[in-house]
Design a protein around this ligand. Sequence first.
Ligand code: ATP
Ligand code: MG
Length: 566
Amino acid sequence: MKQTQIFIPTLKEVPSEAQIPSHQLMLRSGLVRGLASGVFSFLPLGYKVIKKITELLREEMDAIGGQEFLLPALNPIEIWEQTGRVEAMGDVMFHIKNRPGLVLAPTHEEIITFHASKHIQSYKDLPQIWYQIQTKFRNEPRPKSGVLRGRQFTMKDAYSMDTTWEGLDISYQKHYDAYCKTFNRVGLKFFVVGASSGAMGGSKSQEFMVESNSGEDTCAVCYDCGYSANVEVASSGITPVGKIDNCPTIEEFATPNSKTIDDLVRDFNLDSNHCAKSVVYMYDSKPILILMRGNDELNETKLEGILKTNNFRAAEGHELADFTGANAGSIGPVNLKTNIRIIADNLLKGANGLVSGANKDGFHFKNIDIDIDCKIEEYYDLRTVVSGEPCPNCGKELKVVKAIELGHIFKLGTKYSEALDAKFLDEDGQEKVIIMGSYGIGVERVMACYLEQNFDEKGIIWNKELTPYDIHILPLNMHRTPEVESAAFKLYDELTAAGFKVMIDDRNETAGVKFNDADLLGFPMQLIVGSKNLANNQVELKYRRSGERVYVPINELVEKIKNEYV
Ligand code: ATP
Ligand code: MG
């Protein structure tokens, strides 16, 4: 392709509308343009990348026996009503005002299950893996991360249908493996986080995450053993506080100026791990006192799991005084005014030598032995993991990182097949409900995640799997140097004939402009054709990722690239 014949509106400045690297790079290198909030047009170069991603996804889905469907984005609302998802999706679903019976599909579980209910009859028709690579519509509240969160985006979604739960396990594993293969091929550094909800039918879901400061999720990862979890549920292998030998007995002391743990540590030269922090929460109109190490952060998601409700809040000043006898800063587990439930973090199990509020303003207790002096009802993992703590699996260092959800695999079970009456006749003639799984990957997100991980100050660094072109030929002073022009076009023809996707910068621009644009566009290899090197029958080959440059005899070039670019 001649560069003069492809529309690539590059930008010199970083557009102010873009806050994250992938969005900035996509705009600067002319891959996309925004049309409305969360709505993007892909320009020719960007669309080439999208097509490469969808082709790769197709290959991996076909390899596990997936069959591709083309499904409508316009869906009858009745089908969605049957599963209760019109309500569950709420504002996220787009409704069509002048055709009220139709909605725009935010995903396709319902439509797949609807077709299965009509056409799958017997166990002989199963298992099935059906997939599509198509546009979804979601009325995301405040899309702000470029194509990472669009209101219209492309998803590869797949649905498995099995006769047994063991069959679902197999289909699920196939997708897990296909996703790992896909993301490895794309060249993404990813990890998988998951949670087993333990609900009926063992519903399980896992998310494929990509480390990126632009992510909306926070995860704890151990790159040594592969442990990873959302910080909402992550734990660490940190050492408990434990017992001090010959600890004296509990004693009250005045702390008139120490309002916070940091004040206490400073004023009395204490170890912050022994300063137990007490927080009081209200749930179901009842108070609960939560005891943790001084500088640990209470993890409200973990608390929700323990209290079995999300209807809780920190107690207010007057409630603190009523239940404990003191104001914030002097609250503790010993000598409470009323008999309230106390739970503590696992790290405090069996600890002594603790310091905590005396439930009397301006006073604390020291030398608290949790087993003797406190009435702890239960111990739980209540704290939020922090970077640098030991991994709960292998003890190596955990990293807490921001991450983007790139893919999601989910054992649906029978939720949709029951609602939409998708049944089959078993071998013994019994009617049974189809057991389903659903598996999604955001296509634009793959591209954006790749960019988040592969760029430098000059621009994009594409790899072979995703790059719109393999080789960028940069003829210098071409319009004034006929031998450069003919050598460059000869190379262009030879490399194209050898199967490479080649772009030649035939613009009448200075060398500097060509170099900068080539680095911004980021194709893996640049071939610089100039008269000086041509005089020695050489061209300069520059590798975009490493920046390395080599001088290659013209007649060896095609062979060299063929051998290297595999
Ligand atoms: P998120 O938590 O980021 O909103 P989700 O849980 O709603 O994602 P799913 O419904 O599981 O996402 O969709 C499957 C995949 O589709 C996601 O893993 C993601 O890659 C992609 N995806 C979801 N919403 C968007 C969006 N608004 N824009 C681009 N891609 C999206
Ligand atoms: Mg969402």
